[in-house]
Design a protein around this ligand. Sequence first.
Ligand code: MN
Length: 244
Amino acid sequence: MPGAGRTFFVADLHLTDERPAATGRFFRFLEEDVAGADALYILGDLFEAWTGDDHDEAVAHDTARRLKALADAGTPVYFMHGNRDFMLAARYAGRSGMTLLADPARVDLYGVPTLLMHGDTLCTDDTAYQRFRRRVRHPATLALLRMLPQALRRRLARQARAGSQAAKAEKPAEIMDVNDAEVVRVLRERQVGRLIHGHTHRPARHVHAVDGRECERWVVPDWYARWGYVVCDAGGCSLRLENL
Ligand code: MN
């Protein structure tokens, strides 16, 4: 089995029926790389948009089937919400054989305490986004959104995406990246030597000094023009990046 003894991390696949190449690549990745692995962690933004577990794109049904098969074959699949798919709930997770994870989640990775995040909460320089996030992720807002008819939820999601695109065009690039001081604060608070996250679409390995200790931060790639993942085993982690 190709994945034996390894744990995979992906994020920001942004799957949609409109980009079948990424979907096809993801399904091949599950078969060719992940099969037999110790675990697969999806760190948010698996889908381009998710307005509720009644989401009806073909890619939603196909992905559920593939992930369920992987989980049934013995590879646990974990899912953490991203800013695109925070409405994904227990019904779809159950159908996909995925276990929902809180953000952040602290896991023991072959003996190394590791913190997993989507990554958007680290971008503290983008105060307008953080304000929007707090509002829309509030339990009362989520409960209200879940009661709306699907067509209305879809329209609101489209408006939110258009608004975010317009705002992004006006923000300097460094505002859209993580804030280093926030990274150090989180590493210190959670007492971990390693952080793995996505969201920024800036795949890399960074080293941060925390109270004289070197901590590593792995950024998982997006699946737009490229694809890839972070993979860890008992010897450490590495980043794989390929063209789509
Ligand atoms: Mn994101």
